[in-house]
Design a binder for this molecule. Structure first.
Ligand code: OAD
Length: 239
């Protein structure tokens, strides 16, 4: 692993780089991943709750889950992994793009700029009736589900299974993946499409792939570097 770390660190000195993050980068901040231990909430999996169908049949239940997550995220702090990515961007902003599947806002709290957010933002609420969007950081929420001033039910500003990714964010992510020399998949299971497809886009466009994860992922077979371990320990060593 030492050799891989050294080689990747030296490539990052001149490469155009995409850091593509998933829930694993926030695990060391105490935010549970979706598919790991602690991913179930009251025995529901995220796939069952994070859908428009689940929300329309039981908005209170879905909101209780997000309210619990918002509480955990609110109490969490960015960890050395988030901070290392902020520092990479600070050193070479023109060569670095951060694309995240996370909705927790911890990259921004760590100081990262222009984060490409593919799956929305848990602190954004959108009215299901009038479409109004507002930032709301209240923890806990009361009442549940929260209501808009028009009387409509508010939903979290998150992309649910079966919904389209925000077009502008997706186009920025695609362009960055196509132009990357090095594409790092960090703390993601690389299983949720279309976001996970960015790894193949980058590879087919000539990028070298690095995977930072304590566990195997489907991207390992394409990867030039597979760095096994917690992102909060590996990323600072790439600086
Ligand atoms: P997952 O929960 O699927 O995967 C988390 C990954 O993080 C796993 O591969 C773990 O092995 C890894 N991991 C755990 N601890 C780690 C650590 N300390 N350092 C590095 N890696 C660690 O999360 P995502 O891949 O982000 O979508 O899931 C993708 C999407 O599925 C999410 O954005 C969310 C979810 O449903 C929406 O909300 C739309």
């Amino acid at each position: 692993m030492e050799d891989s770390l050294d080689l990747l660190r030296s490539s990052l000195k001149t490469a155009r780089c995409v850091a593509f993050t998933g829930a694993g980068i926030s695990a060391e901040s105490g935010v549970p991943t979706f598919r790991g231990a602690g991913g179930l909430w009251r025995n529901y999996s995220p796939e069952r709750l994070a859908t428009a169908e689940a929300f329309s049949s039981d908005p209170r239940l879905v909101w209780e889950w997000y309210d619990w997550l918002r509480g955990l995220i609110h109490a969490a702090q960015p960890n050395p992994g988030h901070l290392a990515l902020t520092e990479m961007q600070r050193r070479a902003p023109e060569r670095f793009t951060l694309v995240t599947q996370n909705m927790d806002g911890l990259h921004e709290r760590a100081g990262s700029q222009d984060v490409v957010k593919l799956h929305g933002d848990i602190w954004l609420l959108r009215c299901t009736q009038c479409g109004r969007e507002d930032r709301n950081e209240r923890v806990p929420m009361d009442p549940l589900p929260p209501l808009c001033r028009c009387g409509g039910i508010l939903r979290p500003g998150i992309v649910w299974f079966g919904e389209m990714l925000p077009t502008e964010q997706w186009e920025r992510a695609l362009e960055a993946a196509q132009k990357a020399d090095v594409f790092m998949a960090i703390g993601t299971s690389v299983t949720v499409y279309p976001a996970a497809g960015l790894v193949a886009v980058a590879r087919e466009s000539g990028a070298r792939i690095a995977v930072l994860n304590p566990d195997p992922t489907p991207a390992d077979e394409f990867a030039e570097w597979v760095l096994r371990g917690p992102a909060g320990q590996i990323l600072p060593r790439l600086l």
